[in-house]
Write a protein that binds this ligand. Structure first.
Ligand code: AMP
Length: 235
């Protein structure tokens, strides 16, 4: 059986987090938990959470810590994440959220925090041309559109530009990343959990780098603390 994994992936908007987290979730057979996708689904369904979050998200602002923390805590309480783990995409985004995640998990339970490192000039180029399937969230770029008339190759959904991929919202989100999320890199580095991986190049090459970094980590996290004897930490 493929062992599960508990991962956090950090990176600026446009660093390729969504694509890479989806690939990692298939590779390790664990749920891909994207707080951005959860909010977009809530907005689409018109739920009270979606109504509360919509304006903030469209403007590129962050949703308040208490709302996001409660939403993730509820999701991490499901059986799939408890038994196999998760790939967290877009969470945590503030030190308060990182502390809440640490409080939620057993000590040493997170296997790795990977930061996808990409220069700002490249993420701006990626974001300006980014198009997303409204239904499954698959990403495209104007230079590599779906085969047929902005219809998703994977699920047939409509491929559109995200409301928060406007120039003003992109600038605001990158600014927030710098001030709110970048400090997390040091926070996790101090705790010995951070690995930085270049997000430049094609998606296959970036996935290979991530998998190599994850698989070459010593067996730790929940495997180390499982107390089930030799062999439990093998990946
Ligand atoms: P993303 O798809 O990860 O870029 O998220 C889209 C938007 O959802 C963000 O710009 C925020 O407005 C909101 N959001 C997602 N995750 C978080 C989070 N962890 N904390 C606060 N806001 C979030």
């Amino acid at each position: 059986m493929i062992p599960g994994v508990k991962l956090v992936v950090l990176g600026k908007q446009g660093a390729g987090k969504g694509t890479q987290c989806m690939r990692l979730s298939h590779h390790y057979v664990v749920p891909h938990i994207s707080t951005g996708d959860m909010f977009r689904a809530a907005i689409k369904s018109g739920s009270p959470l979606g109504r509360k979050a919509r304006e903030l998200i469209d403007a590129g602002e962050l949703v308040s810590d208490d709302i996001v923390i409660a939403m993730v805590a509820e999701r991490l309480n499901h059986n799939d994440t408890k038994s196999r783990g998760f790939v967290l995409d877009g969470y945590p985004r503030t030190v308060v959220q990182a502390q809440a995640l640490a409080d939620l998990l057993a000590p040493g339970d997170l296997d790795m925090v990977a930061e996808l490192v990409v220069p700002t000039s490249l993420v701006l180029k990626r974001l300006a041309g980014r198009r997303v399937c409204e239904d499954c969230g698959h990403n495209y770029h104007v230079s590599a559109p779906p085969r047929v008339d902005w219809t998703c190759d994977i699920c047939g959904g409509e491929v559109v530009q995200r409301e928060d991929d406007t120039e003003a919202a992109i600038r605001r989100r990158l600014d927030l990343y710098e001030h709110e999320t970048a400090p997390l890199v040091d926070w996790y580095r101090e705790r010995g959990q951070l690995v930085q991986v270049s997000g430049v190049g094609n998606a296959d090459a970036v996935t290979a780098r991530l998998v190599k970094a994850i698989d070459s980590r010593p067996p730790f996290g929940r495997f180390r603390s499982s107390g089930k004897g030799k062999g439990q930490g093998k990946r």
